[in-house]
Structure formats: C-alpha cells, structure tokens
Design a binder for this molecule. Sequence first.
Ligand code: FEO
Ligand code: CA
Ligand code: CA
Ligand code: CA
Length: 656
Amino acid sequence: SNGSQKTPLTLAFEAVNGSRTDAVVVPEGYMAQVLVPWGTPLSAGDSWQPDQPMTAERQAASVGMHHDGMDAFPLDTDSASRRFILALNNEYIDQAALWAPQGGPTNADEGERPAEESRTEINAHGVTIVEVEKDASGQWAHVPGSRYNRRFTSATAMDLAGPVAGSDYVKTRFSPAGTQTRGTNNNCGHGITPWGTYIACEENWPNVFVHTGERFQDDARIGIPTERGRYAWETSAGDASEENDEFARFNITPRGERAEDDYRNEARTFGYQVEIDPYSDALAVKRTALGRFRHEGCWLGKLEAGQPIVYYSGHDARNEYVYKYVSDAAWDPADANRPGERYDRLAIGNKYMDNGTLYAARFHADGSGEWLPLTPDAQTRDGRTLAAALGLAENDLAGVIINTCDAADLMGATPMDRPEWATVDPASGEVYLTLTNNSQRSDSDSEPTFTNDGDEVAQVGVGYETAPTNAANPRANNGAGHIVRWRESRLPNAFSWEVFVFGAAADDAENLSGLTEMNQFASPDGLWFDERGDGQGILWIETDNGYEGVAEYTNDQVLAVVPGALDAISGTGPVVNNSNQQQLKRFAVGPNGCEVTGIFTTPDKTALFINIQHPSNWPADGSALIQDATVATSGQVRPRASTVVIQKRDGGPVGV
Ligand code: FEO
Ligand code: CA
Ligand code: CA
Ligand code: CA
C-alpha cells in the first residue's frame, strides 16, 4: 500500500494504573467478563458448584485447569466474530483449589497418591475444545452439549507422526509399533495452522515422569526427576506393577528386557507439538519433526504461496534455545481452512509438518544471526557430523530429534534468557520473542558452568547451568526480561535482530527502555501481533512476573504497543526507548496471584480474549459484563483459572 496514505495506528485508550486487587482491571469505557472457568461442565444440564468435589469422570467432561494458550476456530465466515470453537490449553493444576472440599491433595509430598486423585489431576491437564457464542446483549457464554465440545487429557490416546514415529525410541508396552502414546501434558503456548488446526505445545512435561535408575542421555539433559514426579502419579500404581500401566507408565525406569515390555520410552513420546483438528473427532497427532524439548509455543512464520511453512518455537528453560522448523512442502493456498467443514485436515498436516528441517538460532554480537541445521550430517563446531557427535547411526534423524537439546548444544546455538512466546507480523514477517528472565545469567567475564556434572557443553547429556551474558541476552541475572525481534535475511539461514524493549521497574538503575510507572513491566511471556491493516498492528504483551520492583506496584498485566518502522534493524537496541516509550501502554491488570496469558481478538476486533492463570482469590460469582473491572472478590473464594473477554462499551474495536 502507499505509505503516504496510511492512517497511523494510535492506541486510544487511557492507560490503567497498576492494581493489586482480586479483579481484572480494564480501561475506562471497557467491560470484562469471565468465560469458561475451570470446572465448567461441557455437557448440557449440569453446572459448577463452588464446593463441587471434583471427580475423574466429572473433570474429563469439564473445562480443564490453568488456561494458557488458546485460539478461535470459526464455523463460518459470517458468524466468526460472535460464534466459534475455542481451543484452550490447560497447562497445569492448583492442587489446593482442585481438592479444596477435601482439604487438599492426599500424599502430595510422600507416600502413595490415591488412584482417583491422580486420575482426576491427569484429566485436569491437556486441552479443552468448547463452542462459545455472544448473545444480543454482548454477553459471551459456552454452548453446553455442542458437538464440538471435547477434552484431551494426559491420558487421551494420540498418534505419533514424523521422523520419530515407528522408531525404536518410542516403542512402548502401550504401542509396541511406536506409533501411538497416551496424553499430552503441560500445554503452555499454542499455534495455529493455515489449514484450520490447533497446535498444543508440550512444555514442562518432564516433571510428571520419574527415572530412578541409571539415567538416559536425553532424560538427564531434559531434566526428568530422579525420585518422585511432580504430582507423583506413578505412585498410584502401588508397587509400580506393570499390570497397572495407567500410572506405572510415568515411571520410566526400565524393568523388563525389551522396551516393548515396559515404559522406558514413555517420556520419549512427549516434548512435541501436538496437532488437533477442532472441527472433527480425529485423534490428536504429535508432530515429531518440529523437535523434542520444552516447547513454549509454535509460532507460524510469514505465510507465502509457493514458500515453505515456517514455525518458530522457544525452549522455555534457563539458557536454552530458539528453534525454527522449515517444511519441505511449499504452501499451497488450496489447502487453506474451510471453516466449519468436516474433512481430513490432519492429512494436510502430514504434508507440511512431517517432513522438514529443524534449526537452532545463533545470535551474533553484530546484529546478525544464523540458523544452525539439526540434521544428522550437519557439521558440529568440532568438525564431526551431528549424528557421530551424538553417538548415533549415520542417518538417524529420529535420534537427532529425541536429543534435540544436545544437538543444539553441539551446533553452538545461543543460550537464551528463557524463550517464551513469539509472534510474527504477517505483513513484514518480522518475529518478536519474549525472553522472560534468567536467574542463571552470569557476568560477561565469567566462565559458563554445565549441568549433569558435565565440564563442557559439547558433551552430550549436559546443558548450560549458567551462561555469561551475550549480545542478545545482555543483562546478568536478568530479572525483568526483554523482547527481541528479528527479520529473516535473503541469504540462506541468516537473520538480523535487535532488542525491542527491556522490562524494568521505573526506578531501576538499569531501566534501559525508559519505562515509567504507567508502563513498567517485567517477565514478558504472552505476545501477539494483532494485525490492524495497512501493514500496521498492535503488539500485545502479557506478563508472568515475580520481579520485585514491579510486583509491589502491580499484578501481572497486558500492555499494548504499536511497533515503529522496522527499517532500522541494527543489533543495537533497545528500539523502545525514552523517545518513543509513550507508545507502550498498560491495557489491563489481572487479579492477585495470577499470570496473564493466552490472547486473540475476534476478526472484527471488538472482543479481546485473555486468560487468567493461577489466580489466588478470583473470580467472584457473577460473570456479567462489568465496566472497568470484573467483579472484585470479597472474602475468600475457591480460585479458578478462566478466560476473560474484554469489550468496549460502545462495541467498537479494542485498543484503538
Ligand atoms: Fe508455561 Fe514458559 O510458560
Ligand atoms: Ca508462558
Ligand atoms: Ca512464564
Ligand atoms: Ca504458566
């Protein structure tokens, strides 16, 4: 379009003050409401009760806990802004809230967990698919009994696809052929595909497993517990007998002669991008070609006909890496989603998601960067092939994927300050990435240290325990986090990058982006580029805090910024600084104890959906549209993670 005719996009709302209340606060002229909180029954004729004792059966038919990434799937183009299928990740659980009527979980820290409790907790994880709609008064509600409503839990059977499927690495007692697994776990951020499917990303899945024997290279590197799983579901199997594999499977310690006889490979069926067709009843599919690590999300790159499909994903752990997947197949617009129709979308997924190349990112100090291929024949820094350096057979791509983190170590990827969400400006293709914080980022003149008793990261089975600052992660003990952005180069496997904004408290000595009380933030996590036409958009930033200087002023929050022209990508940042930080404005604040995550708008931009995860005392009863805030809690309630819909009182587009 002709730049001179552009109407500059302006954030028209009045920035909100920090808040430390049990309510969601929104700008003047806006309203907010609670939608599909944890425990909402998906069937007709049932309702949530505040003192509801949760059961495994009830939880399997209700909205899961701890809402995180989410997206909307329209049923037809005309109704897309008032009725759609909501796909929603349920990342993890608050055991105190789940078991409140019984006074808390049984044997949370030692001893055997009752099977019914473990089963219920397993069912509170995963993904919720639920139809939602807006009534004439502007109120949103779910559609009980909709044909689309369904749950995926940490026990739901799923297919494996891509290079790892059918390999020896994933043969289990459950699936001796290595083609299936049970459950998806700790689904944090998400992705969408152009062909109308949802991607749930497996993040902190290692914690639900335990390995009490001699560790495998990959489970040591990824950090599988050695004594007790996070929720100790494995203890519900009693003596971990193989007869009770519903729970024994979470203990991956080898017991038998062959992998097919026990659960040693169970954890190798986790750590993937999980594709779901929200329009159908099809099984979910774990797309192994996109790598195995703690996937925060799955962020679609710029989509162009005749070009590969690109997905970015960060490994959210201290000093872990950023990855990119590039499909072999070129995008064919004939494969675009046909909203509401029922057909085999996962067959289209097979075409783009099962054959491609995975890369890890190296950020150079001069503002350039390179994508390092994680292929068996790639040359490592010390001149071996990646397969040889990993101790694998020559063409063992499945082995490279199982050991994705080691592969990235060996190739010299840049250790990052906990990569969380990314988002892509669909017009320019520029990518934004939150780096939430890193307590293990050491000074520039220090030597790195390594995990698992390793003495150098070029060994397999070790990663960085601490890493000195580098250009893209320039602050030691980075408590407030920052956002970087990059642009792909015309040169192969190259990009250029810069720091976009640094989190800080307004009165920090290191307030590098000149933040004020009205836009100070820390620990950026959720991120979404909300395209508003003319090549412009709003970049929404959500936080998951804990940084003292900001947390004493405000709960976690949503901020908005209109990114400036990107012609100046230079590697010297930050871009958002004293001269233009007034663009960055606080839009909403969450209730006490929460993080704010998950974000999208309806196509007409009149409703912004966010998620409130792990609140401590919210929501109060009553989800009606309330001006400027949700109902503030009085007294103590049983907290429930929930989606929140934010709309303008005048029905206009949000943010502008
Ligand atoms: Fe589940 Fe990295 O946040
Ligand atoms: Ca997150
Ligand atoms: Ca986080
Ligand atoms: Ca979280």
